[in-house]
Design a protein around this ligand. Sequence first.
Ligand SMILES: *Cc1c(COP(=O)(O)O)cnc(C)c1O
Length: 433
Amino acid sequence: MTLHADAAHPDLVTVEVPTHWYNLAAELDQPIPPHLHPATKEPVGPDDLAALFPSGLIAQEVSTEAYIAIPDPVREIYSMWRPSPLIRARRFEKALNTGAHIYVKYEGVSPVGSHKTNSAVAQAYYNSVDGVRKLTTETGAGQWGSALAFAGAQFGLEIEVWQVRASYESKPYRGHLIRTYGGVVHSSPSELTESGRAILAKDPNTTGSLGMAVSEAVEVAAGDPDTRYALGSVLNHVVLHQSVIGQEAVAQLAAVEPNGADLVFGCAGGGSNLAGLAFPFLREKIHGRSDPKVIAAEPAACPSITQGEYRYDHGDVAGLTPLLKMHTLGMDFVPDPIHAGGLRYHGMAPALSHTVELGLVQGVAISQHDAFSAGVQFARTQGIVPAPESTHAIAAAAAHVADDPSEQVVVIGLSGHGQLDLPAYAEYLDGKF
Ligand SMILES: *Cc1c(COP(=O)(O)O)cnc(C)c1O
C-alpha cells in the first residue's frame, strides 16, 4: 500500500484500496474450530456447503492463506467509496476531557451507509461467476439487505430478503432502499416458508429474530438449484472481506501515530465489522510492531460474548445451517427488539470467538441508553450521526478514556451512519429509554 498524508487535511490520510483480503486465522498457532455438519456432526466439506454457497466463497471459508487477492471487478466497485476515511475526532476528545487521540474509521461513506457492502459486493461477484441467478438473505435493521440489493444490481442478480419483523415495521426506509436497488423484501417470519409458518403457528405475535430470518432464506435457497444464500456476518468469508477496513486503518494510522493503536473498539453483532477492523491490528501485534487491546462492544440485551457459552450451535432457529463453534446465547434466544437491529444475533463469528478464547479480544456489554447517549454526544461534536449499532463502540471507548489524561491512541470502528435510524434517536431524545 502506498501512503501519503493529505497536506490540506493533516487528519485525513489517504491510502490505496487494499489489493488483498487478510486472513488472521492463517497466522494463529491454533486454527479456528471447523464448522460441523448438522446431521453427521463431522466437519463440513465443500460438497456440504455447495447447496448454499458458490465455490469461491467456500474456498475462502476454509482458506489457510494469510492474503487472498481481491478480484479486479470487486476492487473496482470498492473504489467507488474506498478507502474510507480515518478521522481524528478532536471535538469528541475535548468533550470527553481526555488526553486520548481518538480516531474513527468511518464506513458510513458506502452507498448504503455501512460496512456491509464490503462483503455484499464480494459475495455477489462470486455468485455471478458461478452463474447463480438469485440470492436470498436475512436482514435486521436492513443494512445487510440493502447492501446485498446494491451488490445484486451491480452483478445482475435477483435479491430476495427476509427482514426481521420488528425492524420491517419500525424502520421501513431500508426496505424502500432494498426495492429501489431492485430487490424484494418480506417481513420475517413469513407465510412463504415452512420454517416461517411453523414459527407463526407457535407465536403469531413474535417480533422476529435474525435466526428466524436466516432459516427462511436458507430454506428457499436450498430448494432452488439456481439460488444461493448470502450471510451478512458471522462466517469466515464475511470476516475476511471486512479486512479491508482494518488494513486501510492500520496504514492510515501509521502516517500520523508511529506507535500504532493502543485500543481498538468496535460494536459486535455477528462480529464482522469488528473483526474486519481489528484483525489487521492484531496482525501488527502478532508481528511485534504494536500491542493493541481489542474491545468488542455488544448490547446488554444480546450479550453473546460476555454472557454466552462457547460451544457449537446453529446459526439459525430451524437448525438448517452448519454447527458453528461460537459464543452463543442459544439458537432459540430472541432478544428484545432494541434499535440496534444489526446487533440482535444470538451468536458471534467463530473467527472472533476464537480470538476471544485466545485472549486477543475482550467483550463489554453496553446498555441501549448509554449507547445512544454517546451517539448523541458524538453527533453534537463531530456532526456524524452514528448507526445505533456503532453507538455501542463509541460508548465503550468513551467510558474507557473519559477524564483520563493519558495520551492513548484509540481507534473506533464507526460501522455506519444513522440517518435512516432517526426515529430511534427521537425515542431516545423523548426520554423513552
Ligand atoms: C450489521 C451491522 C452491525 C453488526 O454486524 P457485525 O457483523 O457485528 O459487524 C454493526 N453496525 C452496522 C452499521 C451494521 O449495519
